[in-house]
Write a protein that binds this ligand. Structure first.
Ligand SMILES: [Zn+2]
Length: 85
């Protein structure tokens, strides 16, 4: 997997002048070399329906994992990189 997310976060922190600046939608997994790999996820929200068919007032949220890096376009290879014991 590429290291675009780490690079973008470094640039973000440099440009913001804050070493605690962070990007939303970043997730982690353990790579095959036992290093932490970062990748991007997107999020969505929707209103669930009650039994009577009305919408709940609060929204439910979930995540989608991108198959490709949104910065360089390389395919994320999770099955190879996820540690198995
Ligand atoms: Zn990338």
């Amino acid at each position: 997997m590429c290291d675009c997310v780490e690079k973008i976060i470094e640039l973000l922190q440099e440009n913001c002048g804050d070493n605690e600046a962070k990007m939303n939608g970043v997730s982690f997994c353990i790579g095959n070399n036992n290093r932490i790999q970062t990748f991007m996820t997107g999020s969505y929200s929707f209103r669930k329906k009650t039994i009577t068919g009305e919408f709940y007032k609060t929204k439910t949220s979930g995540n989608v994992v991108f198959a490709f890096c949104p910065f360089c376009g390389k395919k994320y290879n999770f099955t190879k990189d996820i540690k198995k014991e």
